[in-house]
Every structure is written in C-alpha cells, then in structure tokens.
Design a binder for this molecule. Structure first.
Ligand code: IPM
Ligand code: MN
Length: 367
C-alpha cells in the first residue's frame, strides 16, 4: 500500500486497480448485520472503482449464531487474521438465546481492548429529508460529534459480586480512568475540534464523580490549552437537556465511555434514529485496524424482511474510508446518503442499494 502510515498489504492490490489497495475484514454478524453491510460493501466497491483504489474483502463468521452453533466467540486465529486487515467493517452481533455479556464483553469489548480502539467516534448530523426527535431544530443546529473514550471507565470490567444470591449479596462496578487513557482520547477530540469549528466540550459529572471527574477536567484542560482551544464543560445531565433544547451549542463532545454510550443514542434520536447513526471504533495511533459499525444492533425483529435501513452502515463505511486516507471516497458516500434521504428514503434495503448506487454513479459521471 502506498498511503503512508497504514499497516499495509500492497501486494494484495488487484491488478489494474490503481496503486492504493486495502484489505477489509467483513464481520456481517447477526440479524440485519449481513443485509446492511452488503449494501455498504457495494457502495465501497463503487467508490473504490470511481476513485481508483482496490479493496479486498475477507469475511469472517462471528456473532450470536456462530456462538450458538460452535461455542466460539472470538477464536485466537480469527483475531490474528483481523489484526492483519487495514480496517474492519462490522454489521451487528446479537441473537436471542445468547446470555447477556457473552458477545458484548467477549467480542465487542474484547476487540476494543485487543485492537486498542480507544476512541469511539459517533457523529450526529441532521440530514435533508430527516425529521429528528425534536422537530423544531434546523439542520444547521444539529451537527456534532461525540468522541467517546472506548477502553476504560465503567467498561473496563473492574468489579465483582460477593455472596451471590444471598441477602447480603453485593455487586460493584468500578470506573477506571488513567491519565494516559484520558489524555489520548482528549488529544484526538481536540484535533478533531481544531479541524471543525474549534469548539470542544467535556461532558462529565465532576460535581459528584469527584475523582474521575477531576482527572478528566484537569487533563482535558491541559490538552485543550496545548491545542489552543478553550475547553467548555457540561455536566452529563445538563448536556442531555441542552442536546434536546439547544443542540447548536455543541460541536465536538468528549466524554467517558458510559456517558458517551448514552449520549450517542440521544444523538441518534435527535438526528433521525439508530438507522442513520454511524460509528468508528478508532485506533488513532494505527497500531492496528479500526472497527466501523452502525450504532443499531442486530434488530432480529426485522431481520430478513428486507426493510433494514443501511444508512448507518454506509455512513460507517464512509468513516472507514476517511480513516484509511480516502477522504474523497468518504465524502462521496456521505453525500450519496444525504441525497437518497433528501429525495425520500426508500422503504426497502434493496431500494436503498439501487438509489445509493445511482447517486454514486451520477457523482462519478459528473466529475
Ligand atoms: C454500543 C453498544 C455497546 C456499548 C454494547 C453492545 C456493548 O451499546 O456500541 O453503543 O455499550 O458500547
Ligand atoms: Mn450503545
């Protein structure tokens, strides 16, 4: 590969596909995951052809169905293969009958830890033709990005249960926050804020979580100052109110793992729902591949009905292309999604696929 700092596999470039080539691991997963990532793959292949780079897809079967039939969650051999990819596109995992935590901790959080995916990037943008949960906000007021710390906090897995089942039972979950972990996350957020409007808001709860909140506030203040930014601050409860009432005050929000999880669902609701919400689990240091996935889950209730909305998956693929160093291809995908939404979103997944490909070929033809 010739794009600089990405772990590369130049020898895998399909002949005639240009000098840039990427190996992308595809984890379709469960439920609607395969349906929506198939559309995302089609769109990536279309922009790759138009923009002159090659993509080699490698699919791996992981998720709830795979676990129920094999007992495997993330075998070491598959993890080794995934490490070699340039990026990973994940559909969704989750199947009725799999106990809570098996896939969440054993697959999703394990990937975040093993691949050091320390930023979870979750943009929320109100696009043309979409009515957000609070109808009165103009689109210009709803365009923000949540930078969620993705490896620490309450997700670190510290805690335990004693006297399980007894009247004296006690369970703890501890929030782990390291200076290094906070610093690297805020550094990413500050860089993003500098490239956008320059507005960076830390969301925490430092009036109650006085230990973690104090660390976050001091470290974020230092990092923002080094970046020449003024750090704004909101408590997480107030941030929920502001996001609903006055979202224009936010551009880049940086926050801890659980607050970011919760706020990003609110962000999705404000901008059209989980169907259109993308995410990137990033390793900004590029010591391994990053994982891109729509925020929606496997939605088993609509799986196989042909009605899954692939917008979140396609926008996640756009984040992936941007991260891989293909910003024009990423912008093509982003614009195609907005165009399809703006002209009345198709009711079916295949309708989306057709409309996206038509929009992409019109873009390519107009160049
Ligand atoms: C998300 C999900 C995950 C999380 C779960 C499934 C582990 O809710 O990606 O937002 O909490 O991070
Ligand atoms: Mn979530």
């Amino acid at each position: 590969m010739t794009t600089g700092d990405h772990a590369g596999t130049a020898d895998l470039a399909p002949s005639g596909a240009g000098t840039r080539a990427y190996t992308i691991a595809h984890l379709p997963g469960d439920g609607i995951g395969p349906e929506v990532t198939e559309v995302a793959r089609d769109c990536v292949d279309a922009v790759a052809a138009a923009r002159g780079f090659g993509v080699e897809w490698r699919s791996y079967s992981l998720g709830g169905q795979h676990y129920l039939s094999t007992g495997e969650v993330l075998p070491a051999g598959v993890l080794d293969e995934l490490r070699k990819a340039d990026a990973i596109l994940l559909g969704a995992v989750g199947t009725p009958g799999v106990p809570p935590g098996v896939l969440e901790r054993g697959l999703l959080l394990r990937l975040r830890a093993e691949l050091d995916l320390y930023v979870n990037l979750r943009p929320s943008k109100l696009r043309p033709g979409v009515i957000g949960a609070v109808g009165r906000h103009p689109a210009a007021d709803l365009d923000f990005v949540i930078v969620r710390e993705n490896t620490e906090g309450l997700y670190a897995g510290a805690g335990g249960t004693v006297h399980r089942g007894a009247a004296s039972e006690c369970a703890t979950e501890e929030s782990l926050n390291t200076r290094a972990g906070v610093e690297r996350c805020v550094r990413y957020a500050a860089g993003l804020a500098s490239r956008r409007g320059g507005r960076l808001t830390l969301v925490h709860k430092d009036n109650v979580l006085v230990h973690a909140g104090d660390l976050w506030r001091r470290v974020a203040g230092e990092v923002a100052a080094q970046a020449g930014l003024t750090l704004e601050y909101a408590h997480v409860d107030a941030a929920c109110l502001y996001l609903v009432d006055d979202p224009a005050r936010f551009d880049v929000i940086v926050t801890d793992n659980l607050f970011g999880d919760i706020l990003s669902d609110l962000g999705a609701a404000l901008t059209g729902g989980l169907g259109v919400a993308p995410s990137g689990n990033l390793n900004p240091d590029r010591s391994g591949p990053s994982v891109f996935e729509p925020v929606h889950g496997s939605a088993p209730d609509i799986a196989g009905t042909g009605r899954a909305n692939p917008a979140g998956a396609v926008l996640s693929a756009a984040l992936m292309l941007d991260h891989l160093g293909e910003p024009q291809a990423a912008a093509d995908l982003d614009a195609a999604v907005s165009e399809v939404l703006g002209s009345g979103a198709p009711a079916t997944t295949s309708g989306w696929d057709d409309a996206l490909r038509a929009a992409l070929s019109a873009t390519a033809g107009a160049r």
